[in-house]
Design a protein around this ligand. Structure first.
Ligand code: NAD
Length: 340
């Protein structure tokens, strides 16, 4: 097991989907002995109650929560003053492509300006060069920055950026800023670009929980276009273990792709979900499949994302542990048990 080397980890966006899973993973599945300082603005996609169990177990001693916007520089500085932050794991973002089409401005604020604020505060507090060795700024990004693929080929760490939605463009900008702080100021950064995550605690606006909740409500299942777009699916806990590896063993200045090696057409994913939900609800899968309704495609909908993650596998000996079948079972079961 990777040995923990940080005392005070600042997690941004810890009340969101991946941040929540990461904080739980950290406390429950690693030898971490330090403190997690969770900074989250609690936008529509953040839910403080996700971490109720962590608060109960570690609140005020090893777990701290601050409702602060990452765009609020003074607010972030106060957190740094209070806790001797030695690692930042930056999840906070506006994360939904559709929302970036209907309202791009907030994406620029949070994803670009907010990330820049964090970089500036980290630089200010970690300014002593010899201090840099024991610190880490890890930035979580997406494979969407690489653009869209045809039915062949993969995204590699050195694939040129070609973002095509305001969401991916804002994430691309933040990735460039993070790397620039390494090259210009020597800030000890790492970046990871991952594919679509799935698992517990995801906001129901995203494809998998959207379909599950609609099935449970017996509502129409909206699928963009003809459902032919292809995505790679990564179980969220596998992503968390990759991030843990990168902040401990990853090389400063490097980028690591993290994927699930699990490509699926959206429509095939929806069929699989119909089968899984039907299994739990003792229904015929056709009952749910009949609810599928093809809707007008998303503007500029990228056809295919597929990620090559051989680098993290070879260099950091990371691997996915979850099979898609089991992961989907867990996810459906979780939504059934956490309906409210
Ligand atoms: P999410 O939308 O579920 O959570 C985002 C969290 O950030 C929320 O808790 C929200 O309250 C918080 N937040 C938003 N704006 C903030 C601000 N200005 N200041 C402080 N907190 C703010 O997102 P997620 O799915 O957990 O994604 C986490 C990260 O992973 C994002 O950076 C996203 O781009 C990246 N990512 C996600 C996926 C995925 O499949 N979910 C895939 C690739 C990359």
């Amino acid at each position: 097991m990777t040995e923990n080397k940080y005392n005070n980890i600042l997690v941004t966006g810890g009340c969101g989907f991946i941040g929540t899973n990461f904080i739980k993973y950290n406390f429950n599945q690693t030898d971490f002995k330090g403190r997690i300082i969770n900074v989250d603005a609690l936008t529509y996609s953040g839910n403080e109650a996700n971490l109720g169990d962590i608060y109960e177990a570690y609140g005020h001693e090893r777990y701290f929560f601050y409702k602060v916007d990452i765009c609020d520089k003074l607010g972030i500085e106060k957190v740094f003053e209070k806790h001797n932050i030695d690692c930042i794991i930056h999840f906070a973002a506006e994360s939904h492509v559709d929302r970036s089409i209907s309202g791009p401005s907030q994406f620029i604020k949070t994803n670009v300006v907010g990330t820049h604020n964090l970089l500036e505060v980290a630089r200010k507090f970690w300014i002593k060069k010899d201090d840099f060795n024991s610190k880490r700024f890890h930035h979580i990004s997406t494979d969407e920055v690489y653009g869209s693929l045809s039915s062949e080929g993969y995204f590699y760490e050195d694939t040129c950026y070609n973002p095509r939605s305001p969401y991916s463009a804002s994430k691309a900008s933040s990735d460039h800023l993070v790397r620039s702080y390494y090259h210009t100021f020597g800030l000890p950064v790492t970046v990871s670009n991952c594919s679509n995550n799935y698992g517990p605690y995801q906001h129901p606006e995203k494809l998998i929980p959207l379909m599950i909740t609609k099935m449970l409500n017996e509502e129409r299942l909206p699928v963009y276009g003809k459902g032919k777009n292809i995505r790679d699916w990564l179980y969220v806990e596998d992503h968390c273990s990759a991030v843990w590896k990168i902040v401990h063993e990853g090389k400063v200045g490097e980028t690591y792709n993290v994927g699930g090696d699990n490509e699926l057409k959206n429509i095939d994913l929806v069929y699989l979900l119909c089968e899984t939900v039907a299994k739990y609800n003792d229904k015929n899968p056709d009952y749910y499949k009949k609810l599928i309704s093809f809707v007008k495609d998303r503007p500029g909908h990228d056809y295919r994302y597929a990620i090559n993650c051989e680098k993290i596998k070879k260099e950091l000996k990371w691997n996915q542990k979850m099979t898609f079948e089991k992961g989907l079972d867990f996810t459906v079961e979780w939504y059934l048990n956490n309906w409210d």
